[in-house]
Every structure is written in C-alpha cells, then in structure tokens.
Design a protein around this ligand. Structure first.
Ligand code: KIV
Length: 274
C-alpha cells in the first residue's frame, strides 16, 4: 500500500472503543452538522450521526421517515467537522432489516460516501445474523438494544424496556446475541438501571448507555437535549446549557435592532473593523 500524507490527528477507531471495556468511560454525543461536530470533537470519543436527526433537525414525529440519503448527507457534514472522534452513522428504518445482503450494500454505501468509521443498527435478536454478516465483511457495527425508536409504530410510542421478567430476558438476549455476532459496542437505551448493569457484566463489548446506568462503559445523549434546546427532554437528561433561551433572547434583541434601524450598514462595519 502506498503511503499518503498522514493526518496530524489520530482518529479514534473501533478497536480503541472496544478496548475501553471496563476502563475510562466512553464519551459520546450525537452530531448532525459540521460546525457542531467541530465544537464537540475535542471532548468526545464518539460522535453519532443518529437517525434522531429526523426529529431533532427535521421536525419529524419519529425516526421512521428518515432515509439513507439523509443519513449520508448529515454523515458527510459531521465528517467535515470532526477530526479526532470516531464518527458512527445510524442505519435508518428499512435500510437493513430485509436481509444481510441489503444491510451490507447500504452499510458499505454509508461508509464509502461519508468516510465514517462504523454504522449502528437497532437490533432485535433477529438482527444478530446481519451483524455477523457485516462484521465478517469488515463493516464495524454498533448494536442498539432496549428501547428501539424505530419500533415506535409497532409498539405505539417510545417504550422503556425491562419492566417485567420476560422483557428483561428479551433485552439481555438481544445484547448477548449482538455481542456474540461481533458488534464492537452496544448502545443500551431506556432500560432499568440494574438491567443495564447486568448487560454490561454479561457482554464482552463495551456498553454505551442512554437513560440506562452509570455502570455502563460510556454514555450517549442527544446533543440538542443536553444543550437545553427544547422545552421537553427525557427525564434522564441533565441540561448543561439553556440554548433555547439563548437563541430566543438573541433573536428578540436582533429583531428589536432591525425594527428600530439600530443596525449598521456595510460602511459602518467596515470602518469599525479598521
Ligand atoms: O438516533 C440517535 O440519536 C440514537 C441515540 C439516541 C442513541 O440512536
């Protein structure tokens, strides 16, 4: 292989993430655009281009209408902004479930067209065969178990998992199956804390919790939630900023300036810069 000029920054890789099992917690956030990815990059190990983009950015009621083309476009943007964090792109609803061949074709397209390092699949037990197929063909896969947003239509909403014995066993089975099939990390969403802990102990891959447990090997949040951009956020989200007020107040001040003609023309801006 011929040597290309090496990038000065070493990007986090799937083996790096896998090696964090039981070690320093893995810091993950979602990202959907280049400037935000650039701000998050120095602080995160992993940036997920989540299909939550449909709800957070496009105002959709759930993630079902999100397309492969949307994921690729946002994946390309995030790759332009991030240089150190590993970038993972969600496979959207209906792009991987039919059979492993469909999943491989679409995952390969995502990796080729975005340059991202891995894909994530929401995984019921039936998806383990697909994870194995992809992993054996050098597609790095993160599995996503527990609350699966892409099941929102079938389940009548976003339903937390593991509230009874049968549900606990099912989530544990999903995580074990994904682990044995070769997922290099497992997102565990919306399950009871003790179940997240049991899963973390039961699998070799690091677990990345969302509304799960501090005993997971890392945590992921939807960035816009933790920045406080919306009135409503899930109960488990700690808000680290109040972006909603910041944007509203700035927009209000701007509108006031424009309406009172208290805004500079280009000549004034030019003179102020000199
Ligand atoms: O789509 C997404 O943002 C996700 C995370 C919430 C894990 O899947």
């Amino acid at each position: 292989m011929s040597a290309q000029s090496p990038s000065p920054v070493k990007r986090v890789t799937p083996p790096d993430i896998r090696a964090r099992k039981g070690g320093e917690p893995i810091v993950c956030l979602t990202a959907y655009d280049a400037p935000t990815a650039a701000l998050l990059d120095p602080h995160c190990d992993l940036l997920l281009v989540g299909d939550s983009v449909g709800m957070v950015v496009h105002g959709l009621p759930n993630t079902i209408p999100v397309t492969l083309e949307m994921m690729i476009l946002h994946g390309q943007a995030v790759m332009r902004g991030a240089s150190r964090a590993m970038v993972v792109v969600d496979m959207p609803f209906s792009s991987y479930e039919r059979d492993p061949g469909q999943a491989f074709d679409n995952a390969a397209r995502v990796l080729r067209e975005t340059g991202a390092q891995a894909v994530k699949l929401e995984s019921g037990v039936y998806i383990a065969e697909t994870i194995r197929y992809l992993a054996e063909r050098a597609v790095p896969v993160i599995a996503h178990v527990g609350l699966r947003p892409q099941a929102a239509l079938a389940e009548g909403g976003f339903k937390a998992k593991g509230r009874d014995e049968e549900s606990r066993r099912r989530v544990l089975d999903e995580a074990r199956a994904a682990d044995e099939a070769g997922a290099f990390a497992i997102v565990v969403e919306g399950v009871a804390e003790d179940l997240a802990e049991e899963i973390t102990k039961a699998v070799k891959a690091p677990t990345i919790g969302i509304g799960a447990s501090a005993t997971c090997d890392g945590q992921i949040l939807v960035t816009n939630d933790m920045l406080g951009q919306f009135d409503w956020t899930p109960r488990f989200v700690k808000r680290y900023a109040d972006l909603k007020s910041l944007i509203s107040e700035a927009a209000e001040s701007y509108a006031k300036d424009v309406r009172s003609r208290a805004f500079p023309g280009p000549d004034q801006v030019y003179r102020a810069k000199r």
